[in-house]
Every structure is written in C-alpha cells, then in structure tokens.
Write a new protein. Sequence first.
Length: 158
Amino acid sequence: MKRFLALCLMLCSLCGLCSCGKSVDTAAYTTGLLEMVKEANAFSEELETLDQETAFMVYRFADYGLEQESVLNCAAVRSSGATCEEGVVLVWEKAEQAEQALGALQNYVEGQIEANESYRPNEIPKLENVMLKQLNNSVVMIVAADMDAVSKVISSIG
C-alpha cells in the first residue's frame, strides 16, 4: 500500500510538470522518489525536510550559474547532524541545468567528505557510495545507510 501511495505521488508530480505550461523535458526522477526511498527504510534516522530555497542555498547552485526560478520541482531531506544522510531530487526546466546541478552536487559531496574525515569518519563510506544521477532534466543525490534499498527503488521506476 505504501509503495502504491508513493507511486501515485510520483505520478502526480509528473502530471503537475506536464500542466505547468513551460517547455519541459521528460523527467524520470520526481520528488516522489524520496518518499519511496524513505519507505524502503534506506535512511537510518528520520530526516528533516528542506524547502526549495534552503536546498538551493545548501547545495550552492547559484555558484554554478543556476537560478532558483529554473527549478520546476524540488524535494530535499537532510540529517539534523547525527549522520551525513540526505537526499535531494530536483526537476529543472532544461537538461543543461540538471547537468550543471549534477556538477554542483558532486562538488558538494567532495566537500562533505573533506569536512567529515575527522569529525564523523564512520560516515565517509556513505558519502563515498553516494547515488548521483541525472536523467533528462532531473537530478538526484542520495546519501543513505542502505544503498541497496535505494538502488532497488531507482530500478523499480526505470
């Protein structure tokens, strides 16, 4: 039932993109993906939800020439500090923007590895095993305790 509900959320997000009136590439990853990952118990703790503005600042997308107005849909969750676990799914107007965002997220993860080497060394394997993917105009980054569960969710949606 939970998986069905998550799939419905994902389809609703996709339908919302189709009706927004902007020229949009087909997005394979939608904000419903994070809900599916949560339901698969991939995270070891309850993560806090970030709004789009906060996520844009945390991942420093403006430093990569991206504008918040170009984000069509965003979902982000993050640990309050106990772990390095987090996830973000962004749907952009164009695939080129998603590609720039992917680069920003790669640099973000590298920075997290450096920052946590002496602070939380047990979290480094999670960061090194991050899922970073782009498909069309969407991008996903997930750092979780159970990456097998994340992989199963990703493969179940195509």
